[in-house]
Structures are given as C-alpha cells and as structure tokens.
Design a protein around this ligand. Structure first.
Ligand code: GLV
Ligand code: MN
Ligand code: MN
Length: 411
C-alpha cells in the first residue's frame, strides 16, 4: 500500500469543471460565499461524492461533510478539505484545490477498492474567504466553537442580507455544529506566495500559520462644498484616510521580517466630486508570524489613526473585528506530510502559511497539518492564479498517503 498514486488528469479535469461555475472572462473565478454559484459548486461536489458511494451531510452553518465509511465505524474520521467560495476576482485553485484533492482521494480509494480502518471525510467549509461576510474562516471557526452559531448566522453582507438568510436561500442549512470525532485533519492548498517556486520545491511542509488581525476604521470629518470652503477650514476625512493608508503600509515595512499590512477596502462618503468627504471607512489586515510583533503593529496603528485624526480635525473609531494568534500545526502530522513528500521523491521544504486557512481553526479541535504546492509567480487572490497539473498531483499524492497513514488500511 506504500506510495499510491492519484489520477492526475482526473484531478485537473475536476478543477477545470468546478472553475466553470463562476468562471470569469479573465480566466478566474467569482464564486462568493452563499450565492447561487456557491450552491452550484456544492451541488456538483455532492454529485461527485455520491457517485463514489459517500454520504454528504450539512451542518448548521452550511459546512459539508462527505463521508466514506471505514471498517471500524467507531474510529474517529481522518478528514481533509478546504473551501469552494472565492474572492470576487479569485482564481481556480484557492480552496477548490483542497476540496477536489480530497475528492480525488475518495475516488482513488474507490477505484482501488481500498477499505480504510477509520472513516474518511472530505469537508467543504463555508465562507473561508471572508469577502462577502467578514471575517474569514467563518464556517471552520463556527465548527471549532470560535464563533457562536447565533453570531455567525447574524453576520450581514453589504446589502444587509444575513448569513443565515443567504444559507437558507441556497438550501444549505443543515443541523448540528462541531464535535465530529476527528483523528487527523489535513488540508492541501496552493502556497499563494512565491517561496516554493523560487526555491524549486514541489511540496511545502506547512509547520504553522502566522497570526492575523482585522480592523474596521471610521474617520469622520465634515461634508462641505468643494468650492467655497477654504483649505484651512476643511475637515476632510479622505485626507486623514490617505495618511492612514500610507501609515499602514509603513508599519508593514517597519516590522520586517515577517510583517504584512494591507488596506483592502476604502469607502468614501458621500463620494461626490464636489463635496469634501465627510466620512471614510477602511479595513486593515495585519499579519505576522510573531505575536509580539503583531501586538506592536496594533499599537502603532492606534497611534497612527489618532495622529491622522488630530491633524485633520477628525474623530475616529477603530474596531478590531477579528484576531487569531500564530498557530503551530501538530508535529506528528507535519512529520507525516514530510515523510510523504520524501517517499514520493518530491523536493520539499518547511514553510509557514502567510494566508489564513480553515486548518487554523481545525488545529484547535483536532491534530492538523497542511500541504502546499507552488503557484505561478506566487500570485493568488487574482484571476491569473495558476498552478501546474504535476504539482497539484504531487500535493494530492502526499495527501492520499498521509491520510492512509492515519486511517490505516483494512486487510
Ligand atoms: C484567506 O484567503 C486569507 O485572507 O488569507
Ligand atoms: Mn484558501
Ligand atoms: Mn483565499
């Protein structure tokens, strides 16, 4: 049973098929969480899993679990998974790869008529991206008890539609939340950064993920006429916001190595060309592998916003809406991934995840590890996101063998 291989062509074809759902003109994917396109992706996943004899169940926040029984139904499952939602200008592989690599494991076990000792499950987590509903990793967070069911269902998108309503609208609200016995959780993902490609490595053995904080900031000045209002009398919220954008970027540069600092959304009110902006709302995404440095970034942000407001005669509100600390994965499982890469003959290296992943919340409730494969020029959260069929297959082979290692093969 050592070093089995998945079907690389079938994995690639499934990725391309899934990418048609929400496919964009530029070759990417826009499949926002809990939209009808998300439903179509979920339906396709269900059809594929049922075709290989799995049963699919759905929990109270829409997380889906495709289960392949093991010889011993009482053993905790060996799980894998990721997400099918995407960024508005997302790629074909972020999330979908981890789900479809799991499906390819199910299909390979089915083809080879392998019975595992423990059950095997492939999970689709709801709203990993945090794009339509903030924050990210919501389904896995709710599963792990980080977010309550009530607060999760009550989150709203920009139009004011609640998560719960959107979930019911697509017909994916099930029952129960959390607590599935899990012996090990593996997640395969494209790296979404440039390190593996630059080092000519096929497999990233992910040892953990960096910590992250998300903020929402409102700066309030005064709307006034763009013509008659002298420069000295203005309370221009956008001028303050511009200082914050510059300052956030400077914090990222100052806290090297390791810091990442991004303003991803800036909304200007009332957004009329001859009105001095009275209010600005912006988001900040801070990341660092060292929690003390992340705290320092927080301190600097608060000082930065206070100063920008003071200089511009503005008032301000800073809300930290989300945070998780740097998260190490389970050494035993990380070793299993490393051994899998070695057995497969793949060039590999240890790596820390820069991105958020559902594995980070799963690590709170089950032994967890991740497998990375390179993506072209390290570009992700972009429609041009790309990866080679060979690398994707390599990651899936490592996943298959790591899962079998944990699930055991019935003889
Ligand atoms: C998830 O996509 C993240 O923001 O890292
Ligand atoms: Mn992802
Ligand atoms: Mn993503």
């Amino acid at each position: 049973m050592d070093n089995l291989r998945i079907n690389a062509d079938r994995l690639w074809e499934s990725l391309m098929e899934m990418a048609k759902i929400g496919g964009t003109k530029k070759g990417g994917v826009c499949r926002l969480a809990l939209t009808d396109l998300d439903r179509q992706g979920r339906d396709l996943f269900t059809k594929w899993c049922e075709a290989v004899g799995c049963t699919v169940s759905v929990d109270a926040v829409g997380n889906m679990f495709a289960r392949r029984p093991g010889r011993d139904p009482n053993r905790p499952a060996v799980m894998t998974g990721s997400h099918l939602d995407s960024q508005p200008t997302g790629g074909k592989f972020d999330g979908a790869y981890g789900v479809l690599a799991g499906l390819e494991v199910l299909r390979t076990l089915h083809d080879l008529k392998i019975e595992t000792e423990a059950p095997v499950e492939v999970v689709v987590w709801t709203n990993e991206e945090g794009s339509r509903f903030a924050p990210a990793m919501m389904g896995s967070g709710a599963y792990a008890g980080v977010f309550s069911l009530e607060e999760t269902l009550a989150k709203t998108d920009e139009e004011g539609t609640s998560f719960g309503q959107a979930l019911r609208d697509i017909g994916y609200q099930g029952e129960g939340l959390g607590g599935r016995p899990c012996a090990a959780y593996f997640e395969a993902h494209i790296e979404q950064g440039p390190i593996l490609e630059a080092n000519a490595k096929t497999i990233g053995v992910v040892t953990g993920a960096q910590g992250q904080r998300w903020y929402e900031i409102t700066l309030t000045g005064q709307e006034a006429h763009a013509g008659p209002t002298p420069m000295a009398r203005r309370k221009d919220a956008l001028v303050g916001a511009a200082k914050v954008v510059q300052g956030v970027n400077a914090i990222g540069h100052a806290l090297q190595p390791g810091a990442c600092a991004t303003v991803g959304v800036l909304k200007v009110h009332p957004a009329s060309r001859n009105v001095i902006p009275g209010e600005c709302w912006l988001t900040v995404d801070f990341r660092h592998p060292d929690d003390t440095k992340l705290l320092e970034m927080d301190r600097r942000l608060r000082a930065l916003v206070a100063q920008a407001a003071e200089e511009g005669g503005l008032t301000f509100k800073i809300e930290q809406i989300w945070e998780f600390p740097a998260t190490p994965f389970t050494p035993e499982l990380v070793d299993a991934v490393r051994r899998g890469a070695e057995r497969g003959g793949y060039a590999h290296q240890d790596i820390i995840s820069g991105a958020g992943h559902d594995a980070i919340y799963m690590a709170r409730v089950a032994p967890t590890a991740m497998i990375f494969v390179p993506c072209e020029e390290g570009i992700s959260h972009n429609e041009i996101e790309n990866a080679t069929p060979q690398d994707l297959a390599a990651g899936c082979n490592v996943l298959l063998n790591a899962m079998l290692d944990r699930a055991g093969v019935a003889t």
